[in-house]
Design a protein around this ligand. Structure first.
Ligand SMILES: [Cu+2]
Length: 122
């Protein structure tokens, strides 16, 4: 019986030592983004919704462009503006809107009002 207690004690010591020596997983460096290699002028018409934000937040497109929002969050979002609005859409789903008139279109997520973005049509 005493031998068993000793064994448990030794195992506990070993586990503590291992835990103390294991570096924290939260120190993992964030993967570097390759956004810096692309030009600063955004020519695409795609907007990704991720981490409760529109990316890019401001998008400039030529007249007649169809902008596509893709939700990459697990949460549902929508896109609401005075000129257009989408239903709620979930992960992997998209919303499209064609911009036929020049102007600046501010929009936000109706579910999360802190999520805002802007489409500049020129
Ligand atoms: Cu949202």
């Amino acid at each position: 019986m005493k031998r068993k207690l000793m064994f448990v004690f030794l195992m506990a010591c070993i586990l503590l030592a291992v835990a103390a020596c294991t570096p924290s997983k939260s120190e993992t460096p964030a993967p570097s983004t390759n956004n810096n290699t692309t030009t600063s002028v955004s020519t695409g018409t795609a907007i990704s919704i991720e981490s409760f934000a529109f990316n890019p937040k401001v998008l400039t497109v030529p007249v007649g462009s169809t902008v596509v929002w893709t939700n990459n969050d697990s949460a549902k979002h929508n896109v609401v503006s005075t000129n257009f609005s989408s239903p709620e859409f979930g992960k992997g789903e998209t919303f499209e809107f064609k911009f036929d008139q020049k102007g600046t279109y501010d929009y936000s997520c109706g579910i999360h009002p802190s999520m805002t973005g802007k489409i500049i049509v020129e």
